[in-house]
Design a protein. Structure first.
Length: 116
């Protein structure tokens, strides 16, 4: 199983980006639950950004509340992250994450750079 992210890039402060993540390969019919996004800035530890369950529950880091919105797609094992009002502190590699039972899956990461 691979998680494939897309949508990163360079944006000016105050701008928006939308990240997408889709699972490829078989998980024997199971759904990734929850799915979410983490990020890692240079010299810092990877941190939780947001998670979403298939039942619609969401969780956000305090630093992104009110600016970022996570959503699960209609297609199985997809997740999106709408990022608004971006600031330079949001610059990081963003990783998609999903869980099946006690198995954790990670994407390869997509770079988000916010210029001031």
């Amino acid at each position: 199983v691979q998680l494939v992210e897309s949508g990163g890039g360079l944006v000016q402060a105050g701008g928006s980006l939308r990240l997408s993540c889709a699972a490829s390969g078989t998980i024997f019919g199971f759904s990734l639950n929850p799915m979410g996004w983490f990020r890692q800035a240079p010299g810092k530890q990877r941190e939780l950004v947001a998670t979403a369950t298939s039942g619609g529950s969401t969780n956000y880091a305090d630093s992104v509340k009110g600016r970022f919105t996570i959503s699960r797609g209609n297609v199985k094992n997809t997740v999106y992250l709408q990022m608004n009002c971006l600031n330079p502190e949001d610059t990081a590699v963003y990783y998609c994450h999903g869980v099946v039972g006690n198995l954790h899956y990670w994407g390869q990461g997509t770079q988000v750079t916010v210029s001031s």
